[in-house]
Design a protein around this ligand. Structure first.
Ligand code: HEM
Ligand code: HEM
Length: 183
């Protein structure tokens, strides 16, 4: 039930998938909103702090998720042409890769001045002992591009899931919504 099986994802993968999906989309909207605020807006500081704290929480979840994926089996490939199986695999790996780079670039913007990130007033994520020239600007550019890339990839990924559900009528979407234990 907790682990993945041949037929479906287990509860741990399901919960982490949807929790991260909701938080990522929220953090994306928050990012676009907060960069339009000025120093005189009441939520100028708070919105950035929330963005950074949620981002670091996503970081922890992603590390756990990658570890969980490595020690787990994957549900069987869905029926379909070979290119579709290959592109689904590439998309999943790509999503992990872009999530990781996005989180690292966010961390590098926020720690460019050598200060630690305060995560929900619970703990500090320390800065690296070194930094590069213009780190804040370079990481900021990369962060912006990657956030749009991730949202574009997620859109394609979600459309593919809906296509499996409504057109192919297979278990592609339901197996990440609930655990299938029927033999
Ligand atoms: C899935 C995770 C994340 C998403 C989707 C995301 C998304 C965004 C977006 C859309 C922006 C606005 C970019 C712009 O229009 O200039 C932004 C800015 C920013 N993000 Fe993130 N972010 C994430 C994680 C993080 C993390 C982990 C940190 C740091 C701990 C972080 C720190 C920042 C900072 C400091 C800015 C402001 C940059 C500026 O002032 O130009 N983000 N983020
Ligand atoms: C930020 C949003 C999202 C991210 C980053 C994301 C990422 C991922 C990743 C990395 C996997 C592969 C799981 C693994 O093998 O460990 C996956 C699976 C899946 N996701 Fe998402 N996802 C997001 C949103 C969505 C949405 C909105 C939908 C549907 C409307 C969706 C549907 C699915 C389905 C159906 C699978 C299982 C595919 C299969 O059975 O092979 N995801 N997702």
């Amino acid at each position: 039930m907790l682990r993945n099986s041949d037929k479906s994802y287990g509860w741990i993968s399901i919960i982490v998938h949807w929790l991260m999906a909701i938080v990522i989309l929220f953090v994306f909207g928050l990012g676009l909103y907060m960069v339009e605020l000025t120093y005189y807006d009441a939520w100028y500081k708070g919105s950035l702090e929330l963005h950074k704290s949620l981002g670091m929480a996503l970081f922890i979840l992603l590390v756990f998720r990658m570890f969980w994926r490595v020690i787990n089996s994957k549900p069987a490939e869905l029926a379909g042409p070979k290119w579709q199986k290959i592109s689904a695999g590439l998309m999943h790996r790509g999503l992990y890769f872009v999530m990781l780079l996005l989180l690292v670039s966010g961390y590098l913007i926020s720690t460019a001045d050598g200060a630690a990130i305060v995560v929900f007033d619970l703990f500090n994520a320390p800065a690296l002992p070194w930094n590069v020239e213009n780190q804040e600007d370079i990481a900021g550019e990369i962060h912006e591009v990657l956030s749009w890339l991730l949202v574009t990839m997620v859109t394609v990924h979600a459309l593919a899931a809906l296509k499996h559900h409504f057109i192919n009528k297979d278990s592609g979407l339901t197996r990440i919504l609930k655990v299938d234990t029927v033999d």
